[in-house]
Every structure is written in C-alpha cells, then in structure tokens.
Ligand binder design. Structure first.
Ligand SMILES: Cc1cc2nc3c(=O)[nH]c(=O)nc-3n(C[C@H](O)[C@H](O)[C@H](O)COP(=O)(O)OP(=O)(O)OC[C@H]3O[C@@H](n4cnc5c(N)ncnc54)[C@H](O)[C@@H]3O)c2cc1C
Length: 458
C-alpha cells in the first residue's frame, strides 16, 4: 500500500511535530481573518487543508513542493494567517505550507536593508531594527503577529505609509527569492522592478523564501489624540499635518463619531460625540502639535511617549483594520470597505456619501503617500451590512463619484484592486506554477486561461 500524503511529508521532514494532521489544528491553520466579511464567510466557512507542513529551510520547502507537484496536490502558503480576504484559506484541500518556523533575520545591513526569512514577525523585525538605528517603513496594525512574507504577499501598507508609502512604492521591497512549483523546484531571485511579479500575488505564483526589505532611520515617536467638534474640523486638521512635510509622522488617522465609541478599552480618551484624530508624531514635535491642535479649536485627550509595541494604550491597535474589529465587537452587523479619495475633492466626496448612506457609511480615514509622492486620504470606512446587493450599491456609488475601492469582499487576487494590469503576476504563474497548484482558485485570470496567448505565456 502506498504512503498517505502525511506519511510522505513525514518521511521528508523527519519530525512529527512539523507534520500536522489533528483536525482542529489543521482547521485553525487553514483560516485567516476572512470572517470580517459576511460575504466571504459564506464562501469560505468549512474550507480546510488535509495536512499542514512546517518547513524550517529552503531545502525542505523545495522537497515539499516537489512531492506535491508529483502528486498534483494543491499547496497554500501561510505566514501568520492574519489576512482579511481568505488569501490563506485552501479552497481545494491539500497542504498548508506554514512558514512560521522560517523566522531568521539574517542581517540588518548598514544601508538599512533587512535580509530575512519570510516567517519573521514584523514586530520582531521592528524591535531588532531599532536596536541598530532603523525601523520598519510601514507595517499593518497586526504587526505583533503578521509575518514579513505574508505582508509582502498579501498586504498593502499601514502605519508609516503616510510618510513612506505602501509596500509597492519607493523600492521598499528590494529583492526576494521565490521557490517554484515544478518537478524540480528552483529558487529564483527577483530584484528591482521584478519584485512586482510576486508582490501581492497571494502565494499563487511562488513561495517567497528570502527577502530584502528596506527600512527607515529610527525616530523617537510620541502618541497624541485630538478631539474636534465636527468631522470636518478633524479632517481639516489631520490633512494639514499629513500633507505638510515638516511634520514627522508615522500615523494620522481620522474617525467620524460614533466610531471612537467602539473603542471600549480607551474610553477615558474618547469624549462623547467628537471626531478624533490619532497621531504618531516625532517626540520632539509633540508640544508643537499640541499647540497646533489648540489653535485649531481641538482638545488633546492623550499626549505621551511611544515606547514600542508594549506601549499602553497602543493607539495603532485602533487604526487601520483594527478599527473594523472594534466596530464588529460593538455590533456584528458592521463590516468595511477600502477606499481611496481624491485629495482635491475629498470633502465633496465625503458629503456625497453621507447624503446617500448616512450612518450606514462611517468615515475612517488613513492618509497614505502614493507613488507620485502625494499624501492622499485613503479610507477603511466602517459600513453596516444588510445585504450583498446593498454593499455592492455602496461600492458602485463610490466608484461613480470617483472614490476608488479595493473590494475586501472577494477572494481572488484581481478583485482586491492590487492586481497589475500588465499581467506580470499572471506571467510569473505560468512560468513558476504551470499546473496551477499554488493556492488554486485565487488567480482568476489564470483559471480562465484566456487572458494571454500561448506566445505571451511562454
Ligand atoms: C485587525 C487586522 C488589521 C489589519 N491591518 C492591516 C494593515 O494595516 N495593512 C495591511 O496591509 N493589512 C492589514 N491586515 C491584513 C494582514 O494582517 C496583513 O496583510 C498581514 O501582513 C498578513 O501577514 P500574514 O503573515 O498574516 O499573512 P497570511 O495571512 O498568512 O498570508 C497572506 C497571503 O500571503 C501568502 N503568503 C504568506 N507567506 C507567503 C510566502 N512566504 N510566499 C508566498 N506567499 C505567501 C498567503 O498564501 C496569503 O495568500 C489586517 C488584518 C487584520 C485582521
């Protein structure tokens, strides 16, 4: 009788702790945070792998890929499983390739580039980088748990993006090595512009095994919260700080009331009926910022040092997509969208949305520097879910008034708004995963197989 898949993996890895078959554990490691979306919940509940393998080296990754290639077994890569779109949920069973144990920081180079394995937690990298005078350029609010590989393959930006842009900008990802899904898996180096073939491809076209990640010089940060009578006043002030270069900032987040009322652990810094702005600002500019808030008619409810990820309260725990989490804790009917506003017409667009949807669409703004160097208001609005039709109506209306939407309620690379129109991610899939075994079902252009001609694929 032939070996089962789990037995074959065990023969390869020689360590029963790293081949997981216990159903509860397999189920847990087959999930991410897709349940933020009521639409994805319906689609993805109950999807699990058959077995989870935890390699500790590139050599083991290659062996596992070769085995799965030979047996036509799907492989879904996992970092920490904090993604929101079901990216790391295996749709067709098979193996979850959990890279959490490939977590070595190989070097933090004198030029401020970290060289590391994909399973390194972002919070660990931030801590280690700060010891030698550097810090992450940008990180998701899941920094404590999320992996560098998962961020690059599935994330977009976050805290720090107001100054350093998103993951795809300003050569933040300098290079990466990627293992291919072939009979004899290769490890291919992607440098410079070629990193875009792999970025945000959700592990559909290769397994990132090593990466070069550019850092920024470390800054001593402080946290500050300012409260304003109206959203308009809060937005105007936050826009001023976000867009003026002389302010050194890592985070500028603006919340319409009642969003701050959802932040139950920090009620003491949340005055009733006020719109709030959360800042991470250079410590040596804190008193200047406090004075500017007062001049603008705002009230400071928190001004304190930021002492790393253990700071309490840690304001970033309430920003980016953590905001949605607090809203869902307060009322599970809330979900979210991901929008980009026009820097010139943003106020008009806010007003149009409020007229059309009122309290169904609550404004949560995150400022982000775009690839042209312009700081523009992005948003992760908290929206009330009633039906999928109503959600799509909101998305359609946003687009009709010039607000871009990266739809977080779809489970394929192309739907989320980060798919490249030049098809480079798809081309890499044809080269590195011709059988379509890596995270199958997540790259629709590949599944349809009618986007490129044979000559283009070659
Ligand atoms: C509360 C909350 C807040 C969040 N805030 C942000 C935010 O501010 N900004 C943001 O961008 N995202 C945010 N996210 C989404 C998510 O946390 C980040 O994108 C995170 O970086 C994903 O890292 P991970 O290690 O958990 O990846 P996973 O979820 O494990 O994987 C993400 C995708 O990458 C693939 N992948 C993982 N590792 C590799 C690899 N080595 N090679 C190839 N493919 C791989 C997986 O197959 C999957 O498709 C948030 C999520 C939650 C739940």
């Amino acid at each position: 009788m032939g070996q089962t898949l789990a037995e074959s993996l065990l023969s390869l890895l020689g360590d029963a702790d790293r081949v997981i078959t216990r159903p509860q554990a397999v189920e847990r490691l087959s999930k991410d945070f897709y349940w933020y979306s009521p639409v994805l919940r319906q689609l993805l509940d109950g999807k699990t792998a058959d077995v989870v393998a935890q390699p500790v080296s590139v050599a083991e990754v290659r062996k596992i890929l070769a085995l799965c290639h030979a047996q036509d077994v799907p492989v879904t890569v996992r970092g920490a499983g904090t993604g929101n779109y079901g990216q790391a949920v295996p749709l067709q069973g098979g193996v979850v390739l959990d890279l959490a144990r490939m977590d070595k920081i190989e070097a933090i180079q004198p030029d401020g580039v970290a060289v590391c394995q994909p399973g390194v937690r972002l919070g660990v990298l931030e801590t280690e980088a700060r010891k030698v005078g550097w810090e992450l350029r940008c990180y998701p609010s899941t920094v404590a748990k999320a992996s560098v590989g998962g961020f690059i393959a599935g994330g977009s930006g976050g805290i720090g993006s107001v100054t350093h842009g998103g993951l795809r900008d300003f050569e933040t990802v300098r290079a990466l090595e990627v293992a291919t899904m072939e009979a004899e898996p290769r490890v291919v180096l992607h440098e410079g512009g070629a990193v875009h073939e792999i970025l945000h491809a959700w592990g559909t076209n290769g397994v990132i095994t090593r990466l070069w990640f550019a850092l920024a010089p470390a800054v001593e940060w402080a946290q500050c919260v300012a409260a304003f009578q109206s959203f308009d006043a809060a937005f105007s002030f936050s826009e001023l700080i976000a867009t003026h270069e002389e302010w050194k900032k890592r985070l500028v987040t603006t919340f319409e009331w009642p969003i701050p009322s959802f932040f139950s652990p920090i009620k003491q810094i949340v005055p009733q009926n006020k719109s709030l702005v959360f800042f991470l600002i250079a410590a040596d500019q804190l008193s200047l910022l406090q004075a500017a808030v007062q001049d603008a008619g705002g009230e400071i409810t928190l001004a304190a040092a930021h002492q790393g990820m253990r700071t309490s309260p840690l304001l970033s725990d309430y920003t980016w997509n953590h905001t949605t989490l607090w809203a869902m804790k307060a009322d599970e009917a809330y979900t979210y969208l991901q929008c980009g506003f026009d820097p010139v017409r943003a106020r008009h667009q806010f007003a149009q949305l409020k007229v059309r949807f009122g309290g169904e669409f609550l404004l949560h703004i995150e400022f982000i520097k775009n690839s042209a160097g312009i700081v523009a208001p992005g948003a992760i609005p908290v929206v009330r879910f009633t039906t999928e039709e109503r959600l799509n109506e909101m998305i359609d209306y946003c687009r009709a008034i010039g607000v871009s939407v990266a739809n977080p309620h779809v489970n394929h690379v192309e739907g989320g708004g980060r798919y490249r129109a030049d098809n480079v991610q798809l081309l890499a899939k044809y080269r590195y995963d011709p059988k379509g075994l890596l995270n199958p079902g997540k790259m629709q252009t590949f599944e349809k197989n009618d986007v490129l001609t044979g000559a283009e694929k070659a």
